[in-house]
Design a protein around this ligand. Structure first.
Ligand code: NIG
Ligand code: FE
Length: 421
């Protein structure tokens, strides 16, 4: 594989000499950059970077001749976005429900009449692994073109043992065929299937006694998730499921406090969840629980925006000294977009986060929320070379500001140019 040397970078963003696992509180407002920089990629990893002023001393003409040289005059280089929460394997879009929502039905009302997640679950029973893989692969190509380098994908539209395994096998296949770094999460507890409507505990038993052991024996999941919220799974259900997952080494990443003060954040912290996600209903008790934990609070702006929900108190969390990550929640019901540039814009527009805070939330902190911050999420020597080169832009603040259009020019994954827009 040829080395890549990117020259004349207008500004190299998010560089670290001593890489950190995440940034929290006031650190989130800090972003280290190098103006007029170069970046050297070798064997799929970041080999070196620095100012163009020292470039001439570092490389001889033989090295330059043997490398692929990219001139980035006027352009910037960012670490790829890390999207730590998606449901991007799904059978079909759900725009008809979206029209119902416009007319006034709530997310919960749609769910109650068998729409929402159950609608996707019904369609998933009849679709083949090949079809699911193909459609998800197209979505992966799309998010690569928007600058994503790592993505977590959940099951949770199966809701039967067979179909949950089907979804997870599709995710395993995607790990093999996509240049993205992918993490798989088992989300059998996404919704209670209609046939278990008044027997929720029995469905939880099925998850614990049948699904989790099978998922673990095929090593299909990196993490386990529960939708712990009003109208979905209780704290008690969640406690049982996470306890069962723990016995198989499945660390939780959970859906919490989207619809109410559900206790989801506290139960997540109790099981040392890697992340608790959504967090629209986060008060002082929840913030207190997150302090001194190893759990990454993760906000999903796309879902709150699309469902017209209250926004999680991001500023309050940062001021309390917490880290904040952001992810797309890409799914057909509550966030039909995997565009992390849009998530970055929403961080500023909806949550009053500065561009620096938004960039940290969508790179290093969201990498942490997938246990990937040692390998990616910043420009540091030895990290995987997942970066993107922007189109010519005046400043990095322009990234969240100029929302709605694709500012990525070239996506490089594992040191290979994967996409030129
Ligand atoms: O993260 N909140 C729960 N689950 C998804 C929605 C999935 C769906 O509606 O299909 C979410 O928003
Ligand atoms: Fe979700």
């Amino acid at each position: 594989m040829k080395d890549i040397i990117i020259l004349n970078i207008k500004e190299l963003i998010q560089v670290e000499d001593s890489p950190r696992l995440m940034v929290k509180g006031a650190e989130m407002a800090e972003l280290t950059t190098i103006k007029n920089a170069f970046l050297h990629i070798s064997n799929g990893l970041i080999a070196s970077f620095g100012s163009m002023e020292i470039f001439g001393d570092k490389f001889n003409s033989r090295q330059l001749d043997n490398s692929k040289i990219i001139d980035a005059t006027g352009k910037m280089v960012f670490p790829s976005f890390c999207d730590s929460h998606t449901h991007l394997v799904y059978p079909a879009s759900r725009e008809i429900e979206y029209v119902d929502k416009i007319k006034g039905l709530s997310y919960e009302e749609i769910a109650k009449r068998g729409g929402g997640i159950l609608n996707s679950a019904r369609r998933l029973q009849d679709i083949s692994e090949e079809e699911l893989t193909c459609s998800a692969f197209e979505r992966l190509k799309e998010i690569i073109s928007f600058g994503t380098g790592a993505v977590e994908i959940k099951s949770g539209y199966g809701l039967t043992t067979e179909s949950e395994l089907k979804m997870l096998r599709v995710i395993r296949k995607l790990k093999e065929i996509s240049p993205l770094t992918i993490k798989a999460t088992f989300l059998g507890a996404h919704a209670v299937p209609l046939e278990y409507r008044f027997r929720q505990t029995e469905y939880v038993d099925l998850i614990i006694n049948e699904m989790i052991p099978m998922v673990a024996s095929e090593e299909l999941a990196d993490y386990i998730d529960v939708f712990c919220d009003r109208g979905f799974f209780t704290v008690e259900d969640t406690d049982r499921i996470l306890n069962a997952g723990m016995k198989y080494g499945l660390r939780p990443k959970i859906h919490a406090n989207e619809l109410d003060y559900s206790g989801g954040i506290q139960i997540g912290v109790k099981y040392n969840a890697l992340s608790v996600d959504h967090l629209e209903y986060t008060g002082d008790a929840e913030i207190e629980a997150l302090k001194d934990s190893e759990t990454m609070p993760t906000i999903l702006p796309g879902a709150a925006f699309f469902l017209n929900m209250p926004y999680a108190p991001a500023r309050k969390m940062i001021e309390a000294g917490l880290p904040v990550a952001m992810a797309s929640d890409f799914n057909p019901g509550s966030s039909p977009s995997g565009n992390m540039q849009l998530v970055l814009s929403m961080a500023s527009i909806l949550y009053r986060m500065t561009p620096e805070e938004g960039i940290n939330a969508t790179t290093i902190n969201s990498a942490y929320a997938m246990d990937l911050s040692r390998e990616m999420g910043s420009i540091a020597v030895g990290k995987i070379a997942n970066v993107f080169i922007t189109k010519p832009i005046p400043s990095y603040q322009y990234m969240p500001y100029y929302y709605g259009s694709n500012k990525v020019d070239t996506a490089i994954l594992n040191g290979v140019v994967e996409c030129v827009n």
